[in-house]
Design a protein around this ligand. Sequence first.
Ligand SMILES: CC(C)(COP(=O)(O)OP(=O)(O)OC[C@H]1O[C@@H](n2cnc3c(N)ncnc32)[C@H](O)[C@@H]1OP(=O)(O)O)[C@@H](O)C(=O)NCCC(=O)NCCS
Length: 229
Amino acid sequence: MTQSHGTRVEPPPRPSAVKGMVKAVLRLVALLVVSPVLVGFWINSCLIGRNRALESASQLLSLLPGVSGQYLRRAFLQRVLAQCHSTVLVEFGTIFSQSGAVLDENVYVGPRCILGLVHLEKDVLIASGVQIPSGGKTHSFNDPTRPIREQGGERRVVTVGEGAWVGAGAIILADVGKGTIVAAGAVVTKALPENVIAAGVPGKVIRPRFDAPSEPEPSPTSPASGGAC
Ligand SMILES: CC(C)(COP(=O)(O)OP(=O)(O)OC[C@H]1O[C@@H](n2cnc3c(N)ncnc32)[C@H](O)[C@@H]1OP(=O)(O)O)[C@@H](O)C(=O)NCCC(=O)NCCS
């Protein structure tokens, strides 16, 4: 179906039982293929730490294109992240740096994203080129006598709420509420509430996502509120 401007994108069809079985076999094959990377990850974890080992393996797997790349990345991430649901889809070029990341059911992460300590809740869509580091305070900088790289910092989990959509190139430093839309190119520095559309740098709410339900017309037989005769 087309509109006057652009092409309408239809939602994906629901998977059939046969498709489900084929996918299960492909998942098993993906696990076998990715097992040397998993072994390398576990060895590296002992040598250089879990997060650096994750970053290294994730850089390697991010280079695999197409559907095979999606299956191999998921087979790996399911076994090394704090949580990664079997329905998660991670595209080409996306890199993870924190093994504490949590990816819930039906999460989609587009190409060339960089993700730190995140919790992407169910049905979250992350467009291409999005960056979600582990909050805005990953480096402390108050000591004038030492370089920033020596001052430590703090990582926090950034949560993108269920059903939210983050547009291309956004940078997310604070939590995003359920069902909220973050416009392309926004920089979110303060937590966003549920079901709003936010845009700009710094990201500000531009409007609620849904129109407020209109007030019902008072029926001629019902008494006026607060009134007494
Ligand atoms: C935010 C978005 C969803 C549109 O929401 P909308 O409410 O329909 O927005 P409108 O087009 O009616 O614009 C509303 C206002 O927001 C502004 N706006 C829209 N997108 C913006 C953006 N990315 N950054 C800054 N301002 C933006 C518009 O200029 C307009 O401002 P105005 O009222 O001063 O004219 C859309 O612009 C967007 O960013 N989508 C992300 C697309 C994407 O990244 N896709 C990747 C593939 S998944």
